[in-house]
Design a protein around this ligand. Structure first.
Ligand code: NAP
Length: 246
């Protein structure tokens, strides 16, 4: 159980982030539901948590904006006095073959997916160090583990998150902070809904289990890494992918 813990989940208004927020709240954590543009959806997640007798607030922040992340960290620490669990889930895709990929599409994906996680970790690291405890969980992807044609920017950002995870894990281990990554495979959300049917069918053939995963499958792994049962695990990547990256 996560009773008494304060958790921040970035990009938690929908998809995998929403499932993570609901799961952590169901285990007793107070959850900060971060969103970039989906204000109403974030408020609906907060309402759902409160209806189940949980505690949650919605807070807006574009994770790619360094100063905005600093402001968010100050607001969280002022309101709650601490942060125990940081889940860097916010992410975007701007797919395309390398030969046609624009600089803007490369930068946007790196800025949100990789720099966004750095921004949040950077601004909360002092409070994690002072507390001498905490969990940082970065949502990577099998694309970061295996690479994926048409996703050079996305795969680079997600592989970068694994390097960030391992380095920060080494830096914070002495202060009792565990830093791990979860690498989802092909999960049914708005992100994958946007793909062409033929691309989806092709991807499903690469999954040993033969079907897509659910956001809740990812949330279970995150809850494990957020809880006491994973206290001796740091710097690791758990693939939640139906065997895709075997
Ligand atoms: P999604 O349904 O498209 O949701 C993306 C979330 O990220 C939204 O809540 C969005 O917030 C948020 N976000 C985007 N840019 C942001 C920014 N600059 N600042 C703050 N929040 C931002 O995607 P998903 O499938 O749930 O993916 C969640 C994470 O899992 C991503 O990191 C993704 O790369 C990773 N992942 C997904 C899959 C998959 O198959 N679905 C596989 C591997 C990894 P707003 O709605 O407020 O804009």
């Amino acid at each position: 159980m996560l009773t008494g813990k304060v958790a921040l989940v970035t990009g938690a208004a929908r998809g995998i982030g929403k499932a993570i927020a609901l799961k952590l709240a169901s285990q007793g954590a107070v959850v900060i539901v971060n969103y970039a543009g989906s204000k109403e959806k974030a408020e609906a997640v907060v309402a759902q948590i409160r209806e189940a007798s949980g505690e949650a607030v919605a807070m807006q922040c574009d994770v790619s904006d360094y100063s905005a992340c600093e402001a968010l960290s100050k607001a969280v620490l002022e309101q709650f006095g601490r942060l125990d669990i940081l889940v860097n889930n916010a992410g975007i895709t701007r797919d395309g073959l390398l030969m046609r990929m624009s600089e803007a599409d490369y930068d946007a994906v790196l800025d949100t997916n990789l720099k966004g996680a750095f921004n949040m970790i950077r601004h909360f690291s002092r409070s994690f160090l002072k507390q001498r405890s905490g969990r940082i969980i970065n949502i990577s992807s099998v694309s970061g583990v295996m690479g994926n044609a048409g996703q050079a920017n996305y795969s680079a950002s997600k592989a970068g998150l694994i390097g960030l995870t391992k380095s920060v894990a080494r830096e914070l281990a002495g202060r009792g902070v565990c830093v791990n990554a979860v690498a989802p495979g092909f999960i049914a959300t708005d992100m994958t809904e946007a793909m062409a049917e033929s691309a989806k069918e092709g991807l499903e053939k690469l999954i040993p289990f033969g079907h897509m995963g659910k956001p809740e499958d990812v949330a279970e792994a995150v809850a494990f890494l957020a809880g006491d049962a994973s206290a001796y695990i740091t710097g690791q990547v758990i693939c939640v992918d139906g065997g895709m990256a075997i």
